[in-house]
Design a protein around this ligand. Structure first.
Ligand SMILES: Nc1ncnc2c1ncn2[C@@H]1O[C@H](COP(=O)(O)OP(=O)(O)OP(=O)(O)O)[C@@H](O)[C@H]1O
Ligand SMILES: [Mg+2]
Length: 518
């Protein structure tokens, strides 16, 4: 049996109304709301690692009572469902009240080690924050959220987690491309888990409404619950230090996304975690052929606001919005200028370290910059697979560099032929720099393989798992969970999960273009 300690609900002001009727909620951080029941829940998958963290057994999670709870059909003792109130800047514009429109928190579990894990259903029915939508999620987007949450964790990237994936037995109507062709899809619910689901937007909403009292309460609460290192910090300096920590954590997060080629797809401020975790796996994607301009999100295709290469700038822009909100409490510009400067610094340091590690250098040196810019440009023009390129680069012998090793990362034989001479020049310079660095070759290779994953959740792989799951076959979900558990290991026999995007997937929906309709 789990121990619940629902601090968010207990310590923060709430909405007195308990119906799920659509409304603007003022002066409250949450609204109590019951999940809407579903017709025939079926547990499709669960995370063993998350079970362990929660101290739950497989037997328990498979039990009818737990499956019901994970589907929104019942509650386990201690659960007190609620939806949080938040706002957000979407695509650069203030969007007003958003809130958990289809996410419903069940409560905060504290395990025997004292770790706090909030459980949250995504797709559990309408809440006061559902706006025009149905509170539900489709199987395809739920499979993607479930798999990627755990894959990111195994890659060592800060993220919200996923405990379970449940099919509801009900259909959900979605117009996937917003082109007037709505279709019935299978409904599903993911149970997400995180120490905190608080977003930048939770603070913004109160600042925008000039509700300083609630904002102050939320800030104090967040620091106390989620930033215990600041509890004994002198009160006058606490807010500044807190903002600085958020900036640094965000910088680290984004540098890690860039390291593995993860593109979030919708970096609105309501999708930015105060803890610097990856949150909201919607129209995200993994870079196949390296391209800083690539965005997986069809809604973003024209402006490319959230494309791969802009993520560091967008994160900073989002931090500026958080600063703006906190300014209403403490109007001292220096606090925020200092924090944002720390963001720039932390990002540059972290990114330098990431680049050095990816290319196998013992440390970052500014003189590497032109060399790396050159190869990034070549990779973009020649359509080179990012993941494969870095794994193969580790095999290059700096004493006798052989360009042939890298060829398997090329999508187009014709482009490879065209760019071969330039790659060859580049490889010569890179080999020189590697020799000058003087690292032991075996150590270099091993270190590179610890930061350059062999296996990532390639978009087409997730789509294959979805297509099978849609027929009732969850074997590929299992297979992917298994291989992505050790993303940096070679895993003989699993090579197919490292294969480059096949041609059929190049422009297929779900494989290179993702819709926000989920
Ligand atoms: N089907 C839906 N029903 C109700 N509200 C929705 C639905 N889809 C999205 N929303 C709400 O729209 C807002 C923005 O959507 P966004 O796509 O960022 O979120 P999301 O994918 O639902 O969730 P989260 O950020 O919780 O992972 C949020 O307030 C979200 O709760
Ligand atoms: Mg969201």
């Amino acid at each position: 049996m789990l121990t619940f300690d629902n601090r968010f609900l207990r310590e923060l002001p709430g909405d007195p109304e308990t119906s799920n009727q659509l409304r603007q909620v003022y002066g409250a951080c949450w609204s109590r709301v019951m999940p809407t029941s579903v017709s025939s829940p079926k547990l499709l998958a669960y995370s063993h690692e998350m079970l362990e963290a929660l101290e739950l057994s497989e037997e328990e999670i498979r039990s009818p009572a737990w499956v019901d709870a994970l589907a929104g059909n019942g509650l386990m003792p201690g659960m007190e469902p609620y939806a949080a109130c938040y706002g957000g800047h979407q695509f650069g514009h203030w969007a007003g009240q958003l809130g958990d429109g289809r996410a419903i928190s069940l409560g905060e579990v504290v395990n025997r080690q004292g770790q706090r894990w909030e459980l949250q259903l995504k797709g559990a029915g309408v809440t006061p924050y559902s706006r025009m939508a149905d509170g539900r999620a489709v199987l395809r987007s739920s499979v993607r959220e479930f798999l990627c949450s755990e894959a990111m964790h195994h890659l060592g990237i800060p993220t919200t987690r996923a405990l379970s994936l449940v099919q509801t037995g009900d259909v959900v109507i979605r117009d996937m491309f917003y082109d007037g062709h709505p279709q019935a899809e299978k409904g599903a619910i993911v149970c997400r888990v995180s120490p905190s689901f608080i977003r930048f937007g939770n603070f913004e909403i109160f600042a925008m409404r000039d509700d300083k009292q609630t904002l102050q309460k939320l800030v104090d609460f967040t620091i106390d619950r989620d930033f215990p290192e600041l509890r004994n910090y002198p009160e006058e300096e606490r807010l500044a230090e807190w903002f600085a920590i958020i900036c640094v954590r965000t910088a680290r997060l984004i540098a890690q996304w860039m390291r593995v080629g993860f593109v979030h797809g919708v970096m609105n401020t309501d999708n930015m975690s105060i803890l610097g975790l990856t949150i909201d796996y919607g129209p995200y994607g993994w870079v196949d052929n390296f391209d800083p301009g690539w965005t997986p999100n069809t809604t973003d295709a024209a402006g490319r606001r959230y494309c791969f290469g802009r993520q560091p700038d967008i994160a900073r822009w989002n931090l500026e919005r958080l600063a703006q909100a906190l300014y209403t409490l403490k109007p001292e510009r220096e606090i925020y200028d200092e924090g944002l400067m720390l963001y720039d610094q932390a990002y540059n340091n972290e990114w330098g370290a990431v680049l050095a590690a990816k290319f196998g250098f013992s440390a970052w040196r500014d003189e590497y910059e032109p060399l790396l810019n050159e190869v990034f440009g070549l990779m973009t023009q020649a359509e080179i697979d990012m993941t494969e390129f870095f794994r193969k680069l580790a095999l290059v012998d700096a004493a006798q560099p052989d360009l042939g090793i890298l060829q398997s990362a090329a999508y187009s034989p014709a482009l490879w032929e065209t760019f071969k001479p330039r790659f060859s020049d580049w490889l010569g310079q890179y080999a020189q720099a590697t020799l000058a660095d003087g690292r032991d070759p075996a150590e270099r290779r091993e270190a590179m393989n610890r930061v350059n994953p062999r296996y990532v959740l390639r978009n087409y792989l997730a789509q294959q798992a979805i297509d099978l799951a849609d027929t009732g076959d969850t074997s590929m979900i299992e297979a992917l969970m298994d291989v992505l558990r050790k993303p940096y290991d070679e895993q003989p026999g699993k090579e197919r999960f490292a294969a480059l995007r096949p041609d059929w997937a190049r422009h297929k929906a779900g494989c290179s273009m993702l819709s926000c309709s989920s």
